[in-house]
Design a protein. Structure first.
Length: 131
């Protein structure tokens, strides 16, 4: 798709695409996800929601590109994986059959990183108030 090429060109121009930079792009994705959550929290407009959601998608595309993975291929592979998946929806979340609802190690690391970013943001806000 043309949009993937445009995003890749944009990211390359800004030197965002390189092996090893995917971690930075994951952190950026966390930031974008937080901004998307904020739009939900404040009951923001559909335009704001689309913009923040698009920002999140761009950072995920960048993560894939850092590893040399075609984003469209990644979507196709994931769809093939989930297309015949069995399970049920509980509280608005699809739970695979035979899968416990316990959180993965990656999820726990992500939550800790989010808490760390929140602490940093709180410190910045306190410092700005002091000035």
């Amino acid at each position: 798709m043309e949009i993937f090429k445009k995003i890749e060109s944009w990211a390359v121009e800004r030197n965002l695409i390189s092996k090893g930079n995917e971690v930075n792009q994951i952190y950026k994705s966390i930031e974008e996800l937080a901004e998307l959550a904020e739009v939900i929290e404040i009951n923001g407009s559909d335009s704001d929601f689309a913009s923040e959601g698009g920002g999140l998608i761009v950072t995920v595309i960048n993560i894939l590109l850092c590893r040399g993975i075609d984003p469209l291929l990644a979507l196709e592979l994931e769809y093939e994986r989930i297309a015949t998946r069995k399970g049920e929806t509980k509280n608005g979340t699809f739970v695979k059959s035979g899968k416990s609802n316990s959180k993965s190690k990656g999820y726990k690391i992500l939550i800790e990183k989010i808490k760390e970013l929140q602490r940093i943001e709180n410190l910045k806000n306190k410092n700005e108030k002091i000035k």
